[in-house]
Design a protein around this ligand. Structure first.
Ligand SMILES: C[S@@+](CC[C@H](N)C(=O)[O-])C[C@H]1O[C@@H](n2cnc3c(N)ncnc32)[C@H](O)[C@@H]1O
Length: 222
């Protein structure tokens, strides 16, 4: 198995193992994270002011962000690497669309034409993608988003990768969490054709530093 396939397979297997425990842990977390709620609400407002349309929640896990955005009137659907997470998401949010797909290979995701998305959110999911693959992921985000559409990222702030071997519910896992500085991600976004509009650092519910970045896809040639 190649190195790249191995980290992806380990991430998938780990989240498959802890899907139910993770869902239980985060189901009501937005109630305790008002800054996150506010930025997600602003994102929804941008999508609606831009005329609306499909919005992808990439790395949606059990679908709590997809569900929140849907409750705000956004046409949100979820994509996740882990089939078990998608199963939980479908169960917890009947009526919403969820599909198995990796953000490293969105070409395989169903019904995603170039420029078809009115917005994209990746909430604590890019944290599992190594630095040297981020450019590929952002290029796919850009291809799928229409010009001017908002992109919202949530991530762990810090320096470097950390291997996690125990997950929610105490399950043994093997997942690398890449902690990053907001300006590092902002630089990659700029290089990938996005205009960064806002960046924020906050203490999350777990007292770890969380980061939020709001950007927009630039028009071609800009
Ligand atoms: C920390 S959870 C966050 C879940 C959800 N966004 C939330 O905030 O509750 C990370 C999620 O990212 C997913 N993930 C990790 N790597 C991914 C990839 N390459 N493509 C799609 N999803 C991925 C995992 O399966 C997991 O569900």
């Amino acid at each position: 198995m190649s190195g790249a396939a191995e980290w992806l397979a380990e991430t998938r297997a780990s989240y498959d193992t802890l899907a139910s425990s993770y869902a239980d842990a985060v189901r009501d977390l937005l109630e305790e994270t008002p800054y996150e709620r506010a930025l997600l609400t602003l994102f929804a407002d941008f999508v609606k002011r831009g005329g609306g349309g499909p919005v992808a929640d990439v790395g949606c896990g059990p679908g709590r962000i997809t569900g929140f955005l849907s409750g705000l009137g956004v046409e949100a659907f979820g994509l996740d690497l882990s089939p078990a997470m998608i199963e939980v998401a479908r169960r917890e949010h009947p009526g919403l669309r969820f599909e198995v797909a990796s953000m490293t290979d969105l070409d395989r995701a169903v019904d995603l034409a170039d420029g078809s998305l009115a917005g994209l959110v990746a909430w604590y999911s890019l944290i599992h993608v190594p630095d040297d693959v981020i450019g590929t992921v952002f290029a796919q985000f850009r291809r799928l988003l229409r010009p001017g559409a908002p992109l919202l990222l949530g991530f762990h702030v810090g320096e470097g990768p950390e291997l996690k071997t125990r997950g929610y519910g105490g399950h043994p896992i093997r997942v690398v969490v890449h902690r990053r500085r907001p300006d590092q991600i902002a630089g990659w976004l700029d290089e990938s054709g996005f205009e960064v509009e806002a960046q924020m650092t906050l203490a999350s519910a777990e007292s770890r530093l969380g980061g939020i970045l709001m950007a927009r896809r630039r028009a071609d040639g800009q």
